[in-house]
Design a protein around this ligand. Structure first.
Ligand code: MRU
Length: 347
C-alpha cells in the first residue's frame, strides 16, 4: 500500500490522519491555516519534519484568498499566519525552520505583484515537501554503513515516512539497510503509542520483521544481549548536540550506554537549533493530562489524579554515539562538528 503523509489536493492540503492509524486510513482536508493549526495541535499530523511541511502549506493556505492589493499588505498577512502556526506546538525545530523559510520567501518578493507572491509561496511549500523526501533518503544512505549484517535494531516513537515527507529519518536508516536487518524492536511509546500504532504499521508495510514491546521491557531486552543498535529521530538538537526527542528516548539512551549498545540519532539539519546552546534551553511541550489518564479513550486511573505529561525529553550529547544527517555523520557530537555541518545547510 502506498500512502502520502501530506499532499496537495483540490485547493486544500490533504493530511493522512495519524490519530486513526493503523485501523483507518483517512485523509483530512485542510482548507485554511486554522485547519492546519488544529491538525498539528491534535497530532493528526506529527513528527518534526512533517509538522514543518504542514506549517509551510498552512502559510500558503492562510494567504491564498487574501484580498491584499499590494505586496506589503500580503507580507503582513504572511507574518501573521506564521506567528499563528508557530503557536501550534513548541518543540520541533522543523516547524519554525519551515515558517521562517516561507516568511523569507515572501520578504524576498517585496517588489512583486500579490498573485505572484502567492504562487511562489505554494511552490516553496511544495519544494519543502519534495526536498524532505530526498533528505530522508540521504539520511538513510548515510546511516547504512553503521548497521551491521544481521543487526537487531531498537527504535522509539515514530521517525518514519509518517513523521516526514516520506521514508523517514530513523526508519529511513532501517529501510535503507533492510537486507542487513534481522529484526526491529519497536517500543510502544506511551502515552500516544506512536511506536505501536505507526512504526509497527510502517515496518509491516515494508516487510521488515518487527517485534513490539512495552516501553518498560527495553532494559530486559538489552540485558539479554539482543540489541545491536538503537536508532531514534529528533525534534530539536541544540548547538552542543543535546537532543530533544519523544519522552522516553533519554531512558533508552541511558540503557544503551549501560549495555554498551551504540545509540544513533537520525535527523535533518533543519532539526538543529544553533541559537540554543544546550538542551536546557529547548522548550518542552506539556500536553493534556487526558493522554496519560486514558488509553483508547477509556479512563485507566482515578479521575482526579495529578498527572505530568511532557511530550519530549532531552538526551545529553554524551549518550549519543553519532548523529546521522543528510550531509553526513557527526561522530561524538559537539559544538565544533555541529557548527561545521550546519554551515552546509545555508541556502
Ligand atoms: O509528538 P510527536 O509524535 O510529534 O513526536 C515525534 C517524535 O518525537 C519522533 O520520535 C521523531 O523522532 C521526531 S520526527 C522524525
Amino acid at each position: 500500500m502506498k500512502y502520502d503523509t501530506i499532499k496537495w489536493g483540490d485547493s486544500c492540503a490533504l493530511l493522512l490522519d495519524q490519530t486513526l492509524l493503523p485501523s483507518r486510513c483517512v485523509y483530512v482536508k485542510c482548507r485554511d491555516e486554522k485547519d492546519i493549526y488544529s491538525a498539528i495541535r491534535d497530532m493528526k499530523i506529527r513528527g518534526a519534519p512533517a509538522i514543518g511541511i504542514a506549517g509551510a502549506f498552512g502559510v500558503y493556505l492562510g494567504v491564498r484568498k487574501s484580498p491584499a492589493r499590494d505586496a506589503g499588505s500580503l507580507i503582513k498577512r504572511v507574518k501573521k499566519a506564521c506567528r499563528y502556526l508557530a503557536a501550534s506546538r513548541p518543540t520541533a525545530r522543523n516547524l519554525f525552520w519551515a515558517l521562517e523559510r516561507m516568511e523569507q520567501k515572501a520578504m524576498s518578493m517585496k517588489a512583486e505583484p500579490v498573485e505572484k507572491i502567492k504562487e511562489a509561496l505554494y511552490r516553496e511549500a511544495s519544494a519543502i515537501l519534495k526536498e524532505d523526501k530526498l533528505i530522508s533518503k540521504a539520511i538513510g544512505a548515510n546511516g547504512r554503513p553503521l548497521i551491521k549484517k544481521d543487526a537487531v535494531v531498537m527504535t522509539y516513537c515514530n521517525a518514519g515516512g509518517l513523521a516526514t515527507g516520506g521514508y523517514g529519518t530513523a526508519l529511513g536508516v532501517i529501510f535503507s539497510s533492510k537486507e542487513k536487518i534481522k529484526r526491529v524492536y519497536a517500543c510502544e511509546t506511551r502515552p500516544l503509542l506512536q511506536g505501536a500504532r505507526l512504526t509497527v504499521w510502517e515496518l509491516a508495510l515494508r516487510r521488515v520483521p518487527v517485534t513490539l514491546i512495552c516501553d518498560n521491557m527495553a532494559a530486559s531486552v538489552m540485558a539479554r544481549g539482543k540489541i545491536d543498535a538503537v536508532v531514534v529521530g529528533a525534534d530539536r538538537i541544540a548547538a552542543n548536540g543535546d537532543t530533544a526527542n519523544k519522552i522516553g528516548t533519554y531512558n533508552l539512551a541511558i540503557l544503551a550506554r549501560y549495555h554498551k549498545v551504540p545509540f544513533y540519532v537520525a535527523a535533518p539539519l533543519s532539526t538543529f537549533d544553533l541559537s540554543i546552546s544546550d538542551g536546557s534551553g529547548i522548550p518542552i511541550e506539556e500536553r493534556q493530562a487526558g493522554e496519560v489518564k486514558k488509553i483508547g479513550g477509556r479512563l485507566i486511573t482515578v479521575k482526579g489524579v495529578d498527572v505530568e505529561n511532557p511530550a519530549f525529553d532531552v538526551t545529553p550529547r554524551d549518550f549519543i554515539t553519532a548523529i546521522i544527517t543528510e550531509k553526513g555523520i557527526i561522530k561524538t557530537p559537539g559544538r565544533a562538528n555541529i557548527k561545521k555541518i550546519s554551515q552546509l545547510n545555508r541556502r
